[in-house]
Design a protein around this ligand. Structure first.
Ligand code: F6P
Length: 549
């Protein structure tokens, strides 16, 4: 029993059954599993909406999957899932409902928070966003000097940056190519400087996106942007109204900044920052792709929500992916998880997933406040696959670590250059080849048969048995992007539920913020910080001397 009177996860009979199964499973090779079951590729695949998900190259059997599902049931995954959809306050440490799924639910449905049906206000904001986006896109919204808005700069950080930026990159072929979109997040002034240096302030709109509107990086950048704008437009402060809009849950702070709250797009505390890009936080994305494509994306999210809510566990894609992660993290000591998209448009996808997964499940305290004695969230990492092949795939193939990986690809080339018709097939051949090499490797005998000198045989042997999931779709459309993001959101949910942690708070980011605030006067004015450790104190002194202070 743990402090909250629940049986500790690792003492559940289902957990212990998995440990025994793992011991019996040791030494089993994927080559053998495929040989034993000619139907394996067909049986270990699931289709949801537009996604085909192949999980046959995992170190699992029917028995493994059955035991993992039993663990999920024993840990209360379905109960917690239903509580989330019902608007219960499952974010226990912040006493909040978790209802990002309401953001993509059709208006005719009822979703209650504290007894109030929130679907009306969700759709009102979507309509307000659509009207605004069209005004910008059609040139009806003019800048202070009467110019058309051609540049949109989103200022935000974390969930108020990564989602819109990732989706903008992913959906570039759907964006207004005659407009410029930039995303500024870093408190390093270089970020804003590089984003605006070639822009005309008269034609530039800033979207200040911050759930709390107190995040120091965002407010600092927004203030600097306001200065840049006013300097460029002759200093008339009334210009701010035409060039700044806000996305926030905090109307008071928005007004304090000088933004007209009529130009504020609202969302609610039951939407977590990292789960928010399908809320008003996606405003700059909506300007880029238009309200219709944004709606298609929401429909994609909703499709996956419904699947997660209703599909039986054995065919439930987020449940399967979540449980596979648990199998490796908790029973094979895997510390990380690679996400490797074979799509240039998904260049920001893994960066987005890092916040989604690591801020959600990087925890070591149970929901009831006890210590966690089992591994929780993995380090999520990766870049587009072909580039990775020439960088870190060496370690994936022959290193000593277990690193499960997701390979993502699309059948349809999005923008193939006229003369290079085969380029997309080449890209996809690489994706399939990597999954194959990782799973099946190359034996010493196969290497020898190629006439390789004996001394080189061990170096040129590939052990294989390295697990991958392959996710394919016909094309990277707005709907497919929504389906993919919801798939990962719910996968993270399943894992957090099994690990008995609150996936929806983020207390771990607070200490660094508070310390930075305390240290800043020491850097600028040489103020004394009581109790400062010797190392940090020496670093601050060195910094000040390098700055000539
Ligand atoms: O510091 C972490 C965090 O709170 C994230 O969870 C959030 O997405 C980000 O900061 C930005 O917060 P806000 O939208 O309130 O500016």
């Amino acid at each position: 029993m743990n402090a909250e009177g629940r049986t500790r996860l690792d003492q559940l009979p289902e957990w212990q059954a998995l440990s025994r199964h793992r011991d019996a499973f040791r030494g089993t090779h994927l080559r053998q599993l495929f040989e034993d079951d000619p139907e394996r590729a067909e049986r270990y695949a699931v289709r949801v909406g537009d996604l085909s998900i192949d999980y046959s190259k995992h170190l699992v059997t029917d028995e493994t999957l059955r035991l993992l599902r039993q663990l999920a049931e024993a840990a209360g995954v379905t109960r917690l899932r239903d509580a989330m959809f019902e608007g219960e306050k499952i974010n226990v440490t912040e006493d909040r409902a978790v209802l990002h799924t309401a953001l993509r639910t059709p208006e005719s449905a009822t979703v209650r928070v504290d007894g109030e049906n929130v679907m009306g206000k969700v759709h009102q904001v979507l309509i307000k966003m659509g009207t605004f986006a069209n005004k910008i896109r059609e040139g009806h919204w003019r800048g202070h000097t009467g110019e058309r808005i051609e540049n949109v700069v989103n200022i935000g950080i974390g969930g108020s940056d990564l989602g819109p930026k990732m989706a903008y990159e992913a959906l570039r072929p759907y964006t207004r190519r005659d407009m410029t979109f930039r995303f500024v997040s870093n408190v390093d002034g270089a970020d804003l400087h590089e984003a605006v240096r070639d822009l005309d302030p008269a034609r530039t709109l800033f979207v200040v996106a911050s759930k709390t509107f107190t995040t120091v990086e965002t407010i600092t950048n927004a203030e600097a942007a306001r200065e840049w704008l006013l300097a460029g437009l002759g200093g008339d402060r009334s210009a701010v109204a035409q060039h700044f809009v806000a996305v926030s849950t905090n109307a008071e702070k928005v007004a304090e900044f000088g933004i007209n709250t009529d130009n504020m797009f609202e969302f609610w505390d039951w939407v977590g920052g990292r789960y928010s890009y399908d809320s008003a936080i996606g405003l700059s994305l909506m300007v880029a792709i238009g309200p219709e494509c944004f709606g298609d994306m929401l429909a994609g999210f909703h499709l996956m929500d419904e699947h997660f809510r209703s599909a039986p566990l054995e065919a439930n894609a987020p449940v399967l992916l979540g449980l596979l992660g648990i199998w490796y993290g908790n029973f094979h000591d895997a510390q990380s998880h690679a996400v490797l998209p074979y799509s240039h448009y998904l260049s920001q996808f893994t960066a987005y997933l890092q916040q989604l997964d690591m801020e959600s499940n990087g925890k070591s305290t149970t929901r009831g406040g006890g210590p966690v004695d089992w591994q929780t969230g993995p380090v999520v990492w990766g870049t587009p696959g072909t580039n990775g092949q020439h960088a870190y795939y060496q370690l994936l193939h022959q290193g000593t670590k277990t690193i499960p990986a997701d390979l993502l690809g699309f059948a349809e080339p999005v923008a193939e250059l006229g003369g290079l018709r085969g380029q997309h097939d080449l890209l996809m051949a690489n994706l399939f080849a990597q999954g194959q090499a990782l799973a099946f490797g190359k034996t010493a005998d196969e290497v020898r048969a190629e006439g390789v000198p004996e001394a080189q045989v061990p170096h040129r042997t590939f052990p294989g048995n390295r697990p991958t999931t392959t996710i394919l779709a016909a094309a990277l459309t707005p709907s497919v992007l929504g389906q993919l993001i919801a798939l990962y959101e719910h996968k993270v949910f399943v894992q957090g539920a099994v690990w008995d942690i609150d996936s929806f708070d983020q207390w771990g980011v607070e200490l660094g913020k508070a310390l930075a605030k305390r240290l800043e006067p020491a850097l600028t004015e040489g103020a004394q910080v009581p109790g400062l450790d010797a190392s940090t104190s020496a670093l601050v002194a060195r910094y000040r001397s390098l700055r000539g202070r």
